[in-house]
Design a protein around this ligand. Structure first.
Ligand code: ZN
Length: 144
């Protein structure tokens, strides 16, 4: 009998990954392929970001991966001067929420953004980002 190898792909997410094993580890494979993905329930049509393996609405496990494409609307952002342990080296950074209509994406503004140009309601895109330590996350950029 072969011992099943632990699926620890989620350990590659973010400055500090809080979870290495989840049922949505494919999220990391998609990031490595340059895609930020959410899940869509094939039964009731609800969209989830962060992606979920099961639908919170109808309890179905019939979920499909879909790519976060196009622009979302900047709902809110906040510049952090203090951060949780492990994120200190990333300071200062800004957390933000984009509204894509059927789902919302919570993440960070690109650290290279001209903050004077950032306005609530503006269209922004979600793109994969590689951190200096080789970890992956995603950031928001101003839509062109
Ligand atoms: Zn559902």
């Amino acid at each position: 009998m072969s011992k099943k190898k632990e699926d620890v792909r989620f350990g590659k997410f973010g400055t500090v990954s809080f979870t290495k094993t989840t049922r949505v580890n494919d999220f990391i494979d998609h990031l490595e392929n340059g895609k930020v993905m959410y899940t869509h329930c094939n039964t009731c049509g609800t969209d989830f970001f962060p992606p979920r393996a099961d639908c919170g609405g109808c309890l179905s496990s019939g979920m499909a991966w879909r790519e976060v494409t196009g622009a979302g609307k900047l709902v809110s952002y906040s510049k952090l001067e203090y951060a949780p342990v492990g994120f200190d080296a990333d300071l200062p950074y800004s957390i933000a929420l984009l509204d894509y209509g059927e789902y919302q994406v919570f993440g960070r503004l690109d650290s290279d953004l001209d903050m004077a140009a950032v306005k609530i309601g503006m269209p922004m895109t979600t793109v994969v980002n590689e951190l200096p330590n080789g970890q992956l996350n995603f950031v928001f950029k101003i839509a062109k």
